[in-house]
Design a protein around this ligand. Structure first.
Ligand SMILES: *[C@@H]1O[C@H](CO)[C@@H](O)[C@H](O)[C@H]1NC(C)=O
Ligand SMILES: *[C@@H]1O[C@H](CO)[C@@H](O)[C@H](O)[C@H]1NC(C)=O
Ligand SMILES: *[C@@H]1O[C@H](CO)[C@@H](O)[C@H](O)[C@H]1NC(C)=O
Ligand SMILES: *[C@@H]1O[C@H](CO)[C@@H](O)[C@H](O)[C@H]1NC(C)=O
Ligand SMILES: CC(=O)N[C@H]1CO[C@H](CO)[C@@H](O)[C@@H]1O
Length: 475
């Protein structure tokens, strides 16, 4: 007994070895993660958890035989522990009070019972009663010698990262520090921000390109190679749910540069849209792309340099700092100086009404190669947040995802395509897409995604517009 006790103490000091922190097993299914595709179950092993105190089985109950539902969260080691009799195998993963409660065995006679100090333990340190620690997106309070944690579903699940990187899915996942500590709800609420397309937008007629049908499309196309210096790279929307504004401003800027043959190469200001395109919009709380294009046509935007992004987005600083008026000949002029006083040019850029491009892959490619990048509306799954490199395909979801159905629409910019050996060594076609999560995300702010299979609805709604250039703007 005494030897066993010493071994347990050793285990306690080396918690990391004795308890496996991130393992994936079929049991995870019950705890919020399931596989929507390629259901794979990695056999989980059960590990020793016997050193900690606490009322687990006592409050949860005991079960006979193998009962994988007979499990509870073991806060001290951020793991699971069991109260079924199966837990007593060689590698015990029983809850600490299993023996004393379920088997009514006293592990230590009262006189030899070790004196545990008050408080809770974590990673070998002791915390006072009432201490609060952060576990990813949850906070845990030490109460009655137990950690009591909030039960939010986090945006980052280390098990999902592991699952993706161990599988052959054609892309790899990263643990982004900017997403760590956010709940899944916050991810969907703050990092996307395009309203589901209106029936009006979806019923728009599709334009087909005027490029001769016989024209060969190259196997690889990258817009910034064809139009160097005119294609604008990804910005960072941070926790501002305004992909409706970022993607629209970026597509408009690229197209104005291409159409003016390089005379106007400024990036356009998403902040101008966020702060000023107020009708039916809540700025950083989401918006619709139809209103964004309406604003570009009717009011126009100044450059990103003139009206830069706010460092922090909040309601008090979200007052529109730009305005324009018509000169009576169809052109508009700014009536205020640039919010960024270093920039002198407050030129207003406008666009034609937007048009819808066919969802046919070949048509989208024709449109891009002929007229420039296009806007695409996609449905984000939670594994998309982890994308680091490769050809994205949706692999795995938490079952929480469906709760955020209304928040999952995202707007991005398609800038090219290619073909590459991807998952399982198969040749795969992909789009090259600019996101708005900064350059540290994905492939320098871009991602590649399967092409021609409507992956994540990326081909469902493709929008573009022309710059509104008058004869005085012609090069
Ligand atoms: C992920 O990143 C966060 C912060 O950047 C870090 O605290 C955490 O330990 C990392 N998790 C894994 C599994 O690497
Ligand atoms: C809003 O942002 C401004 C500056 O960007 C800052 O001074 C102010 O404290 C912020 N307000 C809130 C409520 O965060
Ligand atoms: C897409 O359009 C091309 C011609 O532009 C046509 O050959 C092809 O069959 C179309 N594909 C589908 C799926 O309709
Ligand atoms: C893409 O998928 C969505 C959702 O399944 C569907 O509504 C849409 O019609 C699809 N579009 C194309 C072009 O296949
Ligand atoms: C085992 C299994 O279901 N494998 C599938 C994984 O996904 C790829 C592509 O989606 C399929 O081709 C495999 O059959």
């Amino acid at each position: 007994m005494w030897t066993g006790y010493k071994i347990l103490i050793f285990c306690y000091l080396t918690t990391e070895i004795c308890t496996e922190r991130h393992y994936l097993s079929a049991k995870v299914v019950d705890l919020g993660v399931y596989f929507t595709r390629n259901h794979t179950s990695v056999e989980g092993t059960r590990f020793k958890r016997a050193i900690f105190q606490g009322q687990y089985c006592k409050s949860f109950g005991c079960c006979e035989d193998r009962d994988d539902g007979c499990v509870t969260h073991f806060y001290e080691a951020n793991a699971l522990c069991y109260c079924d009799s199966f837990c007593e195998r060689e590698n015990s993963d029983c809850c600490p009070d299993y023996k004393s409660f379920c088997r009514e065995e006293k592990e230590w006679p009262p006189h030899t019972q070790p004196l545990y100090p008050e408080g809770c333990f974590r990673d070998g340190s002791r915390y006072e009663e009432g201490s609060v620690i952060r576990e990813n997106c949850n906070s845990c309070t030490c109460s009655g010698q137990k950690w009591k944690c909030s039960q939010h579903s986090c945006l980052v699940h280390p098990e999902i990262i592991e699952h993706i990187n161990e599988g052959d899915y054609g892309w790899t996942a990263q643990n982004y520090s900017q997403f760590w500590g956010m709940t899944l709800q916050e991810g969907f609420k703050f990092r996307l921000g395009t309203l589901p397309p209106s029936p009006m937008l979806l019923s728009m007629n599709e334009m087909t390109s005027s490029l001769p049908a016989k024209a060969d499309l190259p196997e690889i196309f990258i817009a910034s190679y064809k139009w160097p210096g005119w294609i604008h790279g990804p910005l960072d929307q941070k926790n501002c749910a305004a992909s409706w504004a970022f993607s629209t401003a970026s597509v408009a800027a690229d197209r104005i540069a291409i159409q003016s043959n390089g005379r106007y190469t400024a990036n356009l200001s998403p902040q101008n849209l966020i702060s000023c395109c107020a009708k039916n919009h809540h700025g950083c709380n989401g918006g619709s792309i139809d209103r964004a294009w309406w604003y570009l046509r009717k009011r126009g935007l100044v450059s990103h340099a003139c009206y830069p992004l706010f460092k922090e987005q909040n309601t008090t600083n979200n007052i529109c700092a730009m305005a324009s008026k018509s000169d009576g000949r169809g052109k508009r002029h700014a009536t205020k100086p640039c919010p960024n006083s270093i920039e002198k040019s407050n030129k207003i850029y406008q666009c034609s009404p937007p048009y819808r491009v066919s969802s046919n892959e070949t048509e989208i490619m024709r449109e891009i190669i002929q007229n420039g990048p296009v806007q695409a509306i996609m449905q984000v799954h939670d594994d998309f947040f982890y994308y680091k490199t490769g050809i994205y395909r949706h692999v795995i979801s938490t079952n929480e995802e469906t709760k955020y159905q209304k928040l999952r629409t995202h707007a991005v910019k398609l800038t090219g395509w290619g073909t590459l050996r991807g998952a399982q060594g198969k040749k795969e076609k992909f789009w090259i897409v600019a996101n708005s999560w900064g350059k540290s995300w994905g492939e320098n702010g871009y991602f590649r995604i399967l092409r021609g299979v409507n992956e994540s609805d990326i081909e469902k709604l493709i929008i573009a517009a022309w710059g509104q250039l008058t004869s005085s703007d012609e090069p």
